[in-house]
Design a protein around this ligand. Structure first.
Ligand code: NDP
Length: 412
């Protein structure tokens, strides 16, 4: 039986039988109550409940030679199906390859009213300041990370001391802010001017990863189009995204569908990721797509390059049982591995969207899956949902009015 044909209980059994989860974790899924009052109170303020979104998993991800089921949290129909669909095509062609670079978070200590002589003095003591900053979080050094760079930047009205910090497996916002604040005290004692603020930058430039997928033509063919033709059309649409900002934004939205869904499933700060991604897209001065598709050696080759700002520890990740469950399902060992998975899912969603757009159009598959949510919006319950969705797919008139009419008819 295909996973999408299973009931949720059958899917839980699939995860159990495959050794992805144990009985306690299966129970967590069955209970559908994943956040206690105490936990909600400790994570946020003024809480009066919890807000649920569907939790599912994408299949067939082969990334750097390892197979993954990828948990995703998303309210949009078709995103998990699209990720799985493209992942299967890529898997049959050899899988995703990823190339993470550094894991550096940059932080800014902003100074004002400092004289050029004081900056020169600070620069002379840069190794002393660097050493001090390194000692501000010794456990990070023990883990193989810590402060790796110190730079002075001049702005029109401000001076800045910029630290580069390897946060190992943590997203690092709190760690970096603590290191910056301690270092800022030291700097303040060395100057007559003021420290305006100390805060990490979410730019993500130190956390850019590259993901590549080489797809065989035969994996791209449709009933009416050869794989080579589909590949050629995908390349053209990818080129258009480089020329048209409006298209590039939507191209990137499709990538963020996958990226954000995995970040949510792992308890990560998706706002940080969004901020990093947006600024990276604009890095060249013209908003650009995160991925590019070309033909090489008779294959369609996709390359995604973007910052992925996340952690596999820290923040709410340890506290949230569902985030722990997601990491367990993927057997995540460190943050780089999770970055690779997130990037691969982004590229998979991109491939599915482009393939659909240049062949049948996005609505054929999308609305087929959207029909269930439309049925629910029209008031369908229980078995009515599938019945209304089926009729919507038959009529191909995906309007709320049509869904309501179908439901009325059904209830007569
Ligand atoms: P934490 O404050 O939880 O710090 C990371 C923790 O993980 C530390 O306690 C560290 O231990 C521990 N740890 C265990 N193993 C490792 C390992 N292998 N590598 C690294 N650390 C390890 O979280 P972050 O500093 O990551 O901050 C993330 C949070 O900050 C998120 O919740 C985010 O929403 C929030 N935030 C985001 C901001 C932004 O993006 N602008 C601003 C402010 C907050 P030890 O201390 O012993 O080293």
């Amino acid at each position: 039986m295909k996973i999408y044909e299973m009931t949720d209980e059958q899917r839980i059994k699939y995860l159990l039988d495959g050794g992805y989860i144990d009985e306690t974790q299966a129970q967590l899924l069955r209970e559908r109550q994943t956040i206690s009052t105490d936990l909600a109170d400790s994570l946020s303020e003024n809480q009066v409940g919890s807000f649920s979104l569907p939790y599912g998993f994408a299949t067939d991800f082969l990334i750097d030679g390892t197979d993954y089921l990828v948990p995703m949290v998303i309210e949009e129909p078709s995103v998990i199906a699209a990720a799985s669909n493209a992942a299967k095509r890529v898997k049959k062609s050899g899988g995703f390859k990823t190339f993470p670079t550094s894991r550096i978070v940059y932080g800014q200590i902003v100074l004002e009213n400092v004289t050029a002589a004081e900056i020169a003095e600070l620069q002379q003591h840069d190794s002393e300041i660097l050493k001090f900053a390194q000692q501000a979080h010794p456990s990070l050094i023990k883990r193989g990370g810590g402060v790796v760079s110190l730079k002075f930047n001049h702005y029109e009205h401000f001076e800045e001391v910029e630290l580069g910090i390897d946060t190992v497996d943590a997203m690092g916002a709190n760690m970096v802010n603590s290191i910056l604040e301690k270092t800022a005290h030291k700097i303040a004692s060395m100057i007559s001017g003021d420290v305006l603020c100390s805060i990490l930058s979410n730019s993500g430039v130190g956390q850019v990863i590259t993901v590549e997928a080489k797809v065989d033509y035969e994996q791209l063919a449709t009933k009416t189009m050869s794989g080579e033709e589909v590949a050629g059309r995908i390349v053209k649409l990818s080129t258009f995204a480089k020329e048209s900002v409006k298209r590039a934004i939507t191209h990137n939205k499709g990538i963020m569908n996958g990226v954000d869904a995995v970040l949510l499933a792992t308890g990560n700060d998706f706002r940080a990721q969004e901020a990093a991604a947006h600024s990276f897209a604009f890095e060249s001065g013209q908003y650009q797509p995160f991925s590019e598709w070309r033909i090489a050696d008779n294959k369609l080759v996709g390359t995604l390059k973007m910052p992925i700002e996340l952690g596999s520890v820290g923040g709410a990740i340890r506290a949230l049982p569902m985030a722990q469950l997601s990491l367990a399902i993927m057997k995540i060992q460190n943050s780089r591995q999770l970055q690779s998975v997130v990037g691969a899912v982004g590229l998979a969603n991109n491939l599915s969207a482009l393939r659909a757009l240049v062949t049948t159009g996005i609505q054929a598959g999308h609305m087929g899956l959207q029909s269930k949510s439309l049925a629910v919006s029209a008031g369908a319950v229980g078995p009515e949902i599938d019945q209304v969705a089926h009729k919507l797919n038959q009529t191909k008139d995906y309007t709320l009015q049509n869904a309501e009419n179908i439901l009325l008819e059904l209830r007569k």
